[in-house]
Design a protein around this ligand. Structure first.
Ligand code: FAD
Ligand code: UDP
Length: 366
């Protein structure tokens, strides 16, 4: 079989590339996907009860990148959605991220914004050089809030202490000196009106795009000739683990359906200090679906399963750098996405990267 373009992985990265190649260049492209569906980790589906669930954990689209937002809006309409998260601390459900409301509720105070600023200034620890996620938290909120909100959640999520994770992990969570209790403050936020899978199907709606599901690329690539390969799988696997296995954090998603309309107060509730799971998502609160039952998902992180999160640690980044040296030598292989680039990308980051690489490496060569 001969294809000018072959893509490994039908996640958001692979589909964005496929869509651009098929629509902009009007070229045929083969997408090889080992799962039995497209969409990668943003895949959603209706469960036995008919409730729309996110099969790989809660996904909320948010971005400040207008081009990315406009691009995806070509394939879906959006339900305006401001994500809200509560966290269960000392027997109370308090808003996450830390805002004026969080401080007041947690410490039973009634401070205004400038008083909270003063409060946090007193709590914050002087840290000379901020090198780790623990430093980030301590320098912004001090020991007590660090222990109540970040320390145990992070240990559960990553299996290691926040002092071993680089600054990027806890820096994802803002500290707000106002009453904005939305989880994200990006300009564009939303949920695809008919779900992520429908959006992905529309991206792949072009006769130029051929998708081979249930197929590990290693089974078939030797029988396919191509000019350019876009690889969105794990890089260590691509190089037969020659520099060792890269570590990824995995999650066991446990779904439960309850015979009642509502389960919890917010779409997501975090449990930093109780239970083995990190958080519970109630899907109807993401989709606004009407149903007399409700489905939730508990997330139990572990290491060794399906790779979801690359590890932002010094040690693993150094290991990945060895693979990166190999990747740079490849002239007709483009590595893209959360697995291939070993980067903790959000959806918008992956689409941005795919659009950029398409323009720089594929379109330019035309
Ligand atoms: P993937 O979705 O992992 O796609 C890679 C694809 O390649 C997969 O389908 C895989 O099966 C396939 N593949 C791998 N190896 C092979 C092989 N050997 N042969 C063939 N196919 C192969 N982002 C947000 O913006 N907002 C959120 O709220 C959010 N929540 C998240 C929650 C969780 C629990 C997780 C894990 C991620 C979340 N993300 C969120 C991030 C989002 O999932 C990613 O940014 C996005 O899915 C990355 O797309 P990708 O194509 O790079 O990777
Ligand atoms: N985090 C935390 N407590 C929380 C929420 C998040 O300590 O209540 C930390 C944790 O280390 C997590 C990181 O902040 O991995 C990023 O959180 P985010 O909600 O962005 O995680 P994701 O949705 O990517 O799993």
């Amino acid at each position: 079989m001969k294809f000018k373009y072959v893509i490994v992985g039908a996640g958001l990265a692979g589909l964005t590339m496929a869509e651009r190649i098929a629509n902009v260049l009007d070229e045929k492209v083969l997408v090889i996907e080992k799962r039995n569906h497209i969409g990668g980790n943003i895949y959603d589906s209706y469960n036995e009860e008919g409730i729309l669930i996110h099969n790989y954990g809660p996904h909320i689209f948010h971005t400040n990148d207008q081009e990315v937002y406009n691009y995806l809006s070509g394939f879906t309409r959006w339900n305006d959605f401001w994500h809200r998260v509560l966290t269960y601390v000392d027997g109370n459900l308090i808003p996450m991220p830390i805002t004026v409301e969080t401080i007041n509720k947690l410490y039973n105070l009634n401070l205004d914004c400038s008083q909270v600023e003063e409060f946090l200034r007193k709590q914050a620890l002087p840290i000379e050089e901020i090198k780790t996620s623990k430093d980030v938290a301590l320098s912004k909120v001090g020991q007590d809030l660090y222990e109540k909100i970040f320390e145990s959640y992070t240990r559960k999520q990553w299996g290691i202490d926040p002092s071993e994770l680089d600054t990027s992990v806890i820096s994802r969570i803002p500290i707000r000196l106002n009453r904005d209790t939305r989880y994200f403050s990006d300009k564009y936020q939303g949920m695809p009106t008919h779900g992520y899978t429908k959006m992905c199907e529309r991206m792949a709606e072009n006769r130029n795009i051929k998708i081979m599901l249930n197929t590990d690329y290693k089974e078939v690539l030797k029988d396919i000739s191509y000019e350019t390969l876009v690889y969105t799988g794990a890089t260590d696997e691509f190089y037969d683990f020659k520099y060792g296995k890269l570590a990824y954090r995995s999650i066991r998603f446990v779904f439960e359906t309850y015979d009642r309309e509502e389960f919890q107060e917010a779409p997501v509730v975090n449990y930093p200090n109780d239970y083995d799971f990190t958080r519970i998502t109630e899907f109807k609160k993401l989709s606004w679906q009407q149903h007399n039952k409700t489905t939730i998902c508990k997330e139990f992180p572990f290491t060794g399963g399906e790779p979801y999160y690359p590890y932002p640690t010094k040690e693993y980044k150094a290991q990945f750098a060895q693979y990166e040296d190999e990747m740079k030598k490849e002239t007709n292989i483009i590595f893209l996405g959360r697995l291939a680039e070993y980067r903790y990308y959000n959806m918008d980051g992956v689409v941005r990267r795919a659009l950029d690489l398409f323009n720089q490496r594929i379109r330019k060569g035309e």
